[in-house]
Ligand binder design. Structure first.
Ligand code: TYC
Length: 116
């Protein structure tokens, strides 16, 4: 049996080709799926200085000082907070930048990502 696209089946014949085979109409849905997004989160700990977390938010997430203080305090009180939502590679880069910056400054700050 020969398969035809819908565009082939929409003509006005009886969907039989030259070899007299019956055609199968296959609908093809247009695939326009957006890429998955990833939440980047900061986790609380007992040792990282508050000012360091604020600096991280300003430097790597371009969040202004007042909002950075707010987010840092949310992490401090609740244990974690989402600091941004990004495409996979951007999220991966942010996590790596934060983890490297924390490690180089000998702070135990943890940054993770999770599919939205
Ligand atoms: N809990 C830390 C302190 O009291 C501050 C802190 C906030 C640490 C947010 C990590 O992601 C964090 N110094």
């Amino acid at each position: 049996m020969t398969q035809f696209d819908l565009t082939m089946a929409n003509d006005n014949d009886d969907d039989r080709n030259a070899d007299d085979e019956i055609a199968v109409v296959t609908k093809t849905k247009p695939k326009t799926k957006r890429p998955p997004m990833y939440k980047v989160m900061l986790l609380n700990d007992d040792y990282t200085p508050m000012e360091f977390v604020v600096l991280v938010l300003e430097r790597f997430f371009q969040i202004n000082h007042a909002q950075s203080v707010e987010i840092m305090l949310t992490v401090h009180k609740k244990g974690l907070a989402v600091v941004g939502v990004f495409a996979f590679e951007i999220a991966e880069t942010k996590v790596a930048q934060v983890m490297d910056f924390a490690r180089r400054n000998q702070h135990p700050l943890q940054c993770t990502m999770e599919k939205e």
